[in-house]
Design a protein around this ligand. Structure first.
Ligand code: FES
Length: 376
């Protein structure tokens, strides 16, 4: 290297490490381009055989331990399935060190953990005891592999399989096969078995069809519309033009159990329009006819994915869903005029009773909430 190419303490080549920079500073570097000179490859330290490489009894012991870990995984997966199918979600018991908790959830968690842990530890132990233990150096080559290199890779793979002794040790082969086969079952069971009941029957009824009796039967009783959460019935005269009310069927807010489930399907928004504001088409006429003197009631559950539609623009008579901006035109029976919702908000037909209170004239005639595949 000539004088001009000698690195100086001020000029540090790009990519030079801190340690190199110090050595540059001290004038120790004389490699081409200012980089450290190549040094002799020290090679790998000599390979020390493991006990399992030289002692077949130790190898056998390791084999049994590995099979034991895979068996542990199998037991974990079976435990998961037993927990899933044997106990109801409400079954609770006391467990030492855990306290009172759901038996199902404990078995599901413990079973899945054992199922995965057994496989993980088994493979780890296998690689540390029986798979080839030598360090291997692979030099960098051009990215594209030649035919010889591909053949070499295939050969390495075959040798790796032979080195893992999987063909010589059927105990490992079959226990691993069993563990891998079973560990997928909990995931499948979770995916398929936990989807819950088909929504058809549930979503076609709401508390507007009547509150469920002890047998779950509902009988329509023309419930009054009560303010949520005040639980106070409203008269038609309370609803002035431009005002908005959030209501539930009378009796629902007095329930002790399943209030939220019932409210989730029964929330209704009530508005009053000037009867002349309804669109002069079939949709506008139907909306007006199902209301009372310009007062209309619609399900508040967005038909997109179920957010509460609570924003009412009284000048345009638009209802907006804050989640993804679906917009429903109240003058046209809550037809979707913008956004991802695919069907109008269901209308609740209302009228008044002898005392002038707003009541439901009939239950919802279609399911409320997001569209689903069983809908006709
Ligand atoms: S939930 Fe209403 S627009 Fe998506």
């Amino acid at each position: 290297m000539n004088e001009q190419n000698q690195p100086s303490a001020e000029v540090v080549p790009t990519g030079t490490s801190d340690a190199d920079a110090v050595r540059l500073d001290q004038g120790h570097i004389h490699g081409e381009g200012g980089y450290p000179e190549a040094f002799e490859n020290p090679g790998l330290p000599p390979h020390t055989p493991r006990l399992t490489d030289i002692d077949e009894a130790a190898a056998k012991r390791a084999e049994r331990q590995i099979a034991g870990l895979f068996t542990l995984s199998i037991i974990g997966s079976i435990l998961f399935l037993v927990g899933y199918f044997t106990f109801g979600v409400d079954a609770r018991n006391w467990f030492p060190g855990v306290g009172v908790m759901s038996t199902t959830h404990l078995l599901l968690g413990a079973g899945l953990a054992l199922g995965l842990l057994g496989i993980g530890l088994g493979v780890l132990h296998w690689s540390r005891t029986l798979m080839p233990g030598e360090e291997i150096v692979e030099s960098r080559h051009h990215l594209a592999s030649s035919d010889e290199q591909r053949a070499e890779l295939a050969d390495t793979f075959v040798k790796g399989v032979e080195g893992s002794q999987i063909n010589r040790r059927p105990l490992i082969k079959y226990s691993l096969g069993g563990a891998l086969g079973l560990v997928s079952l909990p995931i499948l069971v979770q995916l398929v078995g936990s989807l819950g009941p088909l929504p058809k029957d549930d979503l076609y009824v709401s508390a507007w069809s009547g509150l469920p009796d002890e047998n779950g039967k509902r009988t329509f009783s023309a419930p009054r519309l009560v303010l949520d959460p005040e639980n106070r019935p409203i008269k038609a005269s309370d609803v002035t033009i431009g005002s908005v009310f959030h209501v539930q069927p009378e009796g629902l807010l007095d329930l002790h159990d399943h209030v939220l489930e019932e409210k989730g399907k029964s929330s209704v928004i009530v508005m009053r329009l000037d009867p002349g504001d309804f669109a002069d088409n079939d949709l506008g006429r139907k909306a007006r006819d199902w209301g009372h003197d310009g007062i209309v009631a619609y399900s508040k559950i967005c038909t997109h994915v179920g957010c509460p539609v609570g924003l009412y623009e009284q000048t345009t008579h638009h209802l907006l869903c804050p989640c993804h901006q679906s917009t429903f035109d109240v003058t046209q029976d809550c037809k979707v005029i913008f956004g991802p919702a695919k069907r109008p908000l269901p209308q609740l037909k209302i009228t008044v009773d002898d005392e002038g209170y707003l009541i439901a004239a009939q239950p919802f005639m279609e399911p409320v909430g997001p569209s689903f595949w069983e809908r006709d």
